[in-house]
Design a binder for this molecule. Sequence first.
Ligand SMILES: [Fe+2]
Length: 379
Amino acid sequence: METADRSPNAAEIRPEELVTRLQSGEPVLILDIRPRTERQEWAIPHSLWIDLYDAAQRGDFRLLDTLAVPPTSLVVVVCAAGRTSSRVAQELQRRGIRAASLAGGMRAWSLAWDIATLPSSSTGQVLQVRRLGKGCLSYLVVDSGEALVIDPSLQPDVYLQLAESLGAKIVGVLETHVHACHVSRGRLLSEAAAAPYRIPATDRVRFAYTPVTDGDVITVGSLQLIALSTPGHTWESTCYLLPDHALFTGDTLFTDGIGRPDLKAGADERARKARALFDSLQRLGTLSDSLWVLPSHVGTPLAVGEPLVAGRLHELYKRFVAPFEQPDHFVEALLQHLPPPPPNTDQITRANELGVPPSELVSLLELEAGPNRCAVQGA
Ligand SMILES: [Fe+2]
């Protein structure tokens, strides 16, 4: 991360600095002043909400009169883009309260991240790199000075610097599928690292890549990941097995549900995809019970320092798959529980099919704002 200005009276605080302060346990009160509809869409966990936005724009700050702030806390005010929050932070400072505005607001928070580590084993090191606001989960698999990145959703520098800090060189970038909830940074990262960009074989993608097919073995250091074709969420969806340790499931199996089969699909196709997903999940059910399932998303924003998002395969299978003995029951239940589609899913999918030039990445952040909705939770 960049070096942060740690002045307690700074008018602005950058997302990476807020992450650092929260990680250090410093008392921080995050005050969300966005309108109710935006707050309901997504929010920073443990933040306090006051419906202040419209009044603040009129210069009316009376709603702050009842705000109780612990004396040692820094108040970080949050809005959508960081402008109105700046006015509120100034008002709090005028009242003698230590306050700062989150620079860039929730849009910038969309790129805030932290890491969690899979309990170590003899099979290398696995880091979960979490895009906190969106709940996107990417992975660094590291062994013997080499690193593989799975489903990168953050700017390439994040992964390059993490790998370097571990004394490793990125030797490959891997996708579990063509994503619809976030703009993949895979192509950019593969170019920056001069490493192959591997995507499950598909005719959807309009740029050069290294195709992955069922049974392929991808090597990183002394480790070998095995590709398992698991169509359903998308036709090309693929899981990667790190034998005796972990299963990178993409959007096929989550810790809180299973992948949705309906995106970019009409009624007939979504039923066929749901049926394919049933078979794919049955296939996963034949793997070792003790594998850690590491998905590519979680459905709600993550708090800084939250534990690793993972579950044991046998527990998730028992909860989400085993209750459906007949595929027809599974398909019916899945299609009845579909959440609303993620925001801007068509544009995000299109960007991932075409490959994203760096010049367009900034404007694409607008598209990505909001939560992930690639899962059917508890279906
Ligand atoms: Fe997805």
